[in-house]
Design a protein around this ligand. Structure first.
Ligand code: DAH
Length: 340
């Protein structure tokens, strides 16, 4: 009997010796220790033995059982450890590894500046509006007090699509669109692409403008100056000063040209400002009563100021870019110098 037990024991231990999987361990358990297992069968057979043999064989079977159980526990622990090791290895992250980021995209300088400008004006209470790039002659010119035969049309060489449809030459038509759709108080800013038959170092056939419009009771030229000053200080620097010069636009009366102290030399005079200390940055004025009345806003009660400037020009000044065309060629070497 002892021999039989030893054979079973050895057979069982051998099966457990060969790096068994969890499933294999399970079948060994069933095969030897289960309800119909081989060792269990021996225990069941004890009742047929003589009273002298019973305790002896019983003890041997129990010893064998204990050894098998100990072995199973050890093998199961090994399997568990192995699984844990594999999991750790597969999830390993070397936090000390030299990790250099791949190249990331960045906003185009014009988009970046546009975003900054919108943030500044939004903080000052302006509502951002947009309008169509393909415009009618009415909104682009006539409603802005520029009839067909008006000499001011020569100021802007226009891309016409038909006789009465064109690519907008400025963002000013949105003054009219907004005034037609809303009542004062109005405080809006409108960025967008504009088009003109023009192409040199400071003019591109496609360029970006921002239009600003404020209409309410008692709006004055002082409000215009204060608004431009507050904006310029935020966009350039706190020491920026503003100067107004008389000018002409059909849709404003009076009209002004706005200069800022040169952001490059602070007003001392340099190459950027051609020695004058001032940079001409925008056109502006008090909204012409004709335009207000034309949009159904009573010019006896309300007044307003408007301004328009080139986002391209602002970007060029801020980053010292000398040729506007660089911003439309998308040469990555140039763009990286600006946005990093
Ligand atoms: N639209 C003008 C241009 O493109 C700029 C301008 C001047 C806009 C005076 C205005 C303004 O709103 O009041 O040259």
């Amino acid at each position: 009997m002892k021999e039989t037990i030893d054979i079973i024991l050895n057979e069982c231990l051998t099966e457990l010796d060969n790096n068994p999987t969890q499933d294999e361990i399970q079948s060994v358990k069933v095969k030897f220790l289960g309800k119909n297992g081989r060792l269990t069968a021996l225990l069941k057979g004890l009742k047929d033995l003589s009273p002298q043999e019973k305790p002896l064989v019983g003890q041997l079977v129990n010893l064998a059982r204990e050894r098998i159980e100990a072995k199973i526990a050890a093998v199961e622990e090994a399997v568990k450890q192995q699984k844990l090791k594999e999991k750790i290895e597969s999830e390993y992250i070397d936090i000390t590894a030299d990790f250099t980021h791949g190249k990331r995209g960045a906003l185009h300088p014009l988009s970046m500046v546009n975003k900054q400008l919108m943030e500044i004006f939004s903080d000052m209470g302006f509502v951002v509006k947009e309008g169509p790039e393909v415009e009618t002659d009415y909104y682009n010119f006539q409603a802005l007090n520029t009839p067909l035969d008006h000499p001011a049309r020569d100021m802007q060489d226009t891309f016409y699509i038909t006789e009465s449809i064109l690519l907008r030459t400025h963002t000013s038509p949105n003054q009219v669109r907004v005034m037609e759709q809303s009542r004062p108080p109005i405080k809006m800013i409108c960025p967008g692409k504009c088009y003109r038959v023009d192409d040199d170092a400071t003019h591109s056939p496609i360029f970006n403008q921002i239009e600003g419009l404020v209409v309410d009771k008692n709006v004055t030229l002082c409000d215009l100056k204060g608004t431009i000053e507050a904006f310029s200080k935020k966009f350039f620097s706190d020491s920026t000063k503003v100067r107004l010069r008389p000018s002409f636009f059909p849709f404003t009366e009076p009209s002004v040209e706005v200069d800022l102290t040169c952001s490059n030399c602070g007003g001392k005079g340099c190459r950027l400002c051609k020695g004058t200390g001032w940079l001409e940055v925008l056109g502006a004025g008090m909204v012409n009563p004709f335009v207000l009345d034309n949009c159904g806003i009573d010019s006896q009660i309300y007044s307003g100021f408007a301004f328009g400037f080139g986002i391209d020009r602002m970007t060029m000044i801020k980053y010292g870019i000398s040729d506007i065309r660089l911003m439309y060629q998308n040469d990555i070497r140039f763009l990286q110098q600006i946005v990093g």
